[in-house]
Write a protein that binds this ligand. Structure first.
Ligand code: NDP
Ligand SMILES: O=C(O)C1=N[C@H](C(=O)O)C[C@H](O)C1
Length: 247
């Protein structure tokens, strides 16, 4: 049995992870932490933790996991740059898998978008559209940000300069280097991401639709199983799935 702690345990994702861990049988839930619960004792009695909380608390969880010497899986999105720096520092002491999306399909989408951006080149305009439930706090989604980063990396440009978040007023003609990013919030949509490449006379659309949070929960448990025993470092879900090669 692998002893598991879940932070953000009472949230949508925390509940999904706990339900799947209990169903699978190979996990012993050693800690379910939410507002008002003690973090450190739960980490100390666990082999690994999975975090789906808030960007601020997730940073605290990373530092506490490093102090306890326990591996960590972070699914939380929306970290500020200084929080990300603190998470990276924690990853110098423990292995951390951090992924904006734990579904297999989205991680394959990352791979396909990298290929599409390279093959299609400058003549195709990339635009990213994401849709999520009305309760989601951060925008754009962590997944949409990662998709935009991938396009920027392939094009060798800075995402900070190229990103165009929505359009209004009179933005004028689209600049060639723009990467459009658009967020829809409505109803109970679990997660929808489309990357569109529009060229002259043709449009390629790559879409992933998550239909249940169980897909993220199962992916995070797969990452947690994988990360136990790994050397310190920052890993992605693409590492877990074997989609990237490391030196
Ligand atoms: N990587 C992936 O595959 C996925 C990532 N996500 C990300 O996971 C995160 C959580 O999403 P979701 O479950 O929908 O959100 P919820 O708001 O439903 O759950 C978050 C939980 O964390 C709790 N929490 C927040 N701050 C603290 C704190 N300081 N101490 C203890 N508990 C705290 C919240 O309590 P309270 O509400 O009382 O503040 C809440 O119970 C988001 O960043 C989301 O983008 C979501 C789905 C998939
Ligand atoms: O908040 C959510 O619900 C989701 N968040 C993740 C993100 O921000 O990319 C992943 C998923 O699409 C659901």
């Amino acid at each position: 049995m692998i002893r598991l702690a879940v932070t953000g345990a009472k949230g949508r994702m925390g509940r999904a992870v706990l339900a799947q861990a209990r169903r699978l049988g190979e996990w012993e839930v050693a800690g379910a932490i939410d507002q008002g619960d003690a973090l450190e004792p739960a980490l100390l009695r666990s082999d690994v933790a999975i975090d789906f909380s808030s960007h601020a608390f997730s940073t605290v969880v990373a530092e506490a996991s490093a102090a306890a010497g326990k591996p960590l899986v972070i699914g939380t999105t929306g970290h500020l740059p200084e929080e990300l720096l603190r998470v990276r520092r924690a990853a110098e002491r423990i292995p951390i898998v951090r992924a904006p999306n734990f579904s297999t399909g989205v991680n394959l989408l990352f791979y396909l978008v990298r290929k599409a951006a390279a093959v299609l080149g400058e003549g195709f305009d990339p635009e990213i559209v994401e849709a999520h439930h009305r309760e989601k706090r951060d925008a754009p989604s962590g997944t949409a940000r990662r998709l935009a980063e991938i396009v920027a990396e392939v094009r060798g440009i800075s995402l900070e300069k190229a990103a165009r978040y929505g359009r209004e007023g009179e933005p004028g003609p689209r600049k060639a280097e723009e990467i459009g990013i658009h967020a829809i919030r409505a109803g109970q949509i679990v997660g929808l991401h489309t990357v569109l490449f529009a060229g002259s006379g043709e449009v390629l659309e790559l879409t992933h639709r998550a239909e249940t949070r169980d897909t993220f929960a199962l992916g995070s448990l797969r990452a947690a199983r994988w990360v136990v025993g790994k050397p310190p470092g920052m890993y992605s879900m693409e590492d877990v799935l074997g989609l990237v090669e490391r030196e």
